[in-house]
Design a binder for this molecule. Structure first.
Ligand code: NDP
Length: 488
């Protein structure tokens, strides 16, 4: 793969160890969101390509070329992949910024997290597992873990490399084979990852990548009877569709979906600190983060001060192309997504919220052709407004007011989502009380955003089912089997 900007990168699918184009079909242009220019071309795979990839994965699984090798051997492959990610770190980070638009520092952080994730699962798969238990002197009973089989992995565009790794690393560690579909919007670093997997010698058929649209190729993977599991990260609407489709063949399904995560600020906190965390919580990744702190709930006694300081902070955020030194917030990922986010800003105004800052597309200073939006702050919102209830997935925050702890908890839990939540207070007992009441899978006290390979990532309510990362993330890719041995 060449990363020259003058010649578009020619992407391919990877099926049964072969790189291939989509025969007889136009390619899908991949656009750099910072300037609107096409910089890669993606094969528009067909249902037949998806079926070929599934057949290759099935054959590889049933032949045991991956599932039957020792955990030690698989672990060594994973470590080699981690090494290669580090070797190509600079190139991967540059490509990630071209593909998704994110600031260079964010791309670099994603690349090093990706390597660390492979290392984590390389270690975990060698840890003791299984159980034995006493049922009677006549029977020796035990539980062993086995790979699930062929895993369909479908990932979104907001963390193209890292979301791919969060699924591929544990799926491979557990001994599964894979049919992988990156987002058609951001397929470039996922392809580079597959090239690395090929380079370290993972056998043909173990990892397959089909590209194209979710509606065609993604759906074909979800429908197919030879796929045993679907692990998906993306929008809640798509997640619902996937869950229904997968029901026909009773697949294991793991879904990491949207959020509208609350960040609760009590009056007994340091203003500068909580404003800083609030800004980072929503504007990191241009707000295109499932766990973004898109609702900030502030105690009424400090509300006005908080809003004033937050708006001052938002004004200082340097927006621009992610590859420009000092840029803190890049563009939105696509024209389509830009329109969605601007549409929500209009909805907020029509609903009667106060636009305290931002709200516009930025079309000055060389940013004319990119998908840049100002950091946007709404205040004076009510819980029923769509901008409070629905995931916007952009640099748009609502700042809500509460007076009591009980009210903060009720507001925080008052959406269909339950991905993440944060609370800031110097009262330790209150912090614990509030966090225990949060209907959310990922929570933070006096911080907002840190993520660890060791800890489960996923949501309550309509934010999903199942978990990525940690031991729980490995469990998703394993079956458990009881074995009972007659001792007589
Ligand atoms: P989607 O959920 O549609 O896309 C995520 C992945 O699913 C992509 O690879 C997509 O393919 C694929 N996909 C789409 N439809 C199907 C289908 N029927 N069967 C199987 N796979 C499918 O996200 P969008 O890009 O449409 O974004 C919509 C909204 O979702 C965002 O505005 C945001 O609110 C939310 N979102 C949440 C994310 C999260 O991290 N939780 C990540 C991304 C989006 P392709 O795009 O290639 O067609």
């Amino acid at each position: 793969m060449s990363n020259s900007t003058t010649t578009a990168i020619d992407l391919k699918m990877y099926i049964n160890g072969e790189w291939k184009a989509a025969e007889g079909r136009p390619t899908i242009p991949v656009i750099n969101p910072a300037n609107g220019e096409v910089f890669a071309q993606l094969p528009q795979g067909t249902v037949a390509d998806a079926k070929d990839a599934i057949a290759a994965a099935r054959q590889a699984f049933d032949a045991g070329v991956w599932s039957d090798i020792s955990a030690q051997e698989r672990s060594e492959y994973l470590l080699k992949i981690a090494d290669k990610i580090e070797e190509y770190a600079e190139e991967l980070a540059v490509l990630e910024t071209m593909d998704n638009g994110k600031a260079a520092g964010e791309s670099s952080a994603d690349v090093s997290d990706a390597a660390a994730c492979f290392r984590y699962y390389a270690g975990l798969i060698k840890a003791p597992d299984g159980q034995t238990y006493h049922v009677s002197t006549d029977i020796q009973a035990m539980v062993v873990r086995e790979p699930v089989g062929v895993c369909g992995l479908i990932v979104p565009w907001n963390f193209p490399l890292l979301m791919s790794v969060w699924k591929i690393a544990p799926a491979l560690a557990a001994g599964n084979t894979i049919v992988f579909k990156p987002s058609e919007v951001t397929p470039v670093t996922p392809q580079k990852l597959i090239e690395i997997i090929e380079e370290v010698g993972v056998p043909a058929g173990v990892v397959n990548m089909v590209t194209g649209t979710g509606a065609e190729v993604g759906n074909a993977i979800v429908e197919h009877a030879d796929v045993d599991l679907i692990s998906f990260t993306g929008g809640t609407k798509t997640g619902k569709h996937i869950m229904k489709t997968a029901a026909d063949t009773i697949k294991k399904v793991s879904l990491e979906l949207g959020g509208k995560s609350p960040n609760i600020i009590f009056e007994d906190t340091d203003l500068d600190t909580v404003v800083e965390y609030g800004l980072g919580g929503i504007f990191y990744g241009t707000g295109q983060v499932c766990s973004a702190g898109s609702r900030i709930l502030v105690q009424d006694t400090i509300y006005d001060q908080y809003v004033e300081a937050f708006v001052e902070g938002a004004k200082k955020i340097k927006v621009g192309p992610g590859n420009v030194e000092g840029v803190e917030m890049g563009p939105l990922v696509s024209q389509q997504h830009l329109e969605k986010v601007l549409g929500y800003i209009e909805i907020g105004k029509e609903e009667g919220a106060t636009l305290a800052y931002g709200g516009n597309r930025i079309k000055t200073d060389g940013l004319e052709n990119g998908y840049f939006v100002e950091p946007t702050v709404f205040t004076n919102v009510t819980p029923d407004m769509r901008i409070v209830q629905e995931e916007i997935f952009g640099p748009v925050v609502v700042i809500q007011k509460f007076s009591t702890e009980e009210e903060a908890i009720a507001l925080a839990n008052g959406t269909v989502y339950g991905l993440a939540a944060g609370v800031f207070t110097t009262d330790g007992a209150r912090a614990m009380r509030v966090i225990r009441k949060m209907k959310a899978g990922i929570t933070w006290i006096n911080t907002f955003g840190p993520t660890f390979n060791e800890a489960p990532w996923g949501g309550y309510k309509q934010s999903g089912v199942g978990r990525n990362l940690g031991t729980f993330g490995l469990d998703e890719f394993q079956e458990v089997k009881q074995i009972n041995i007659n001792l007589q």
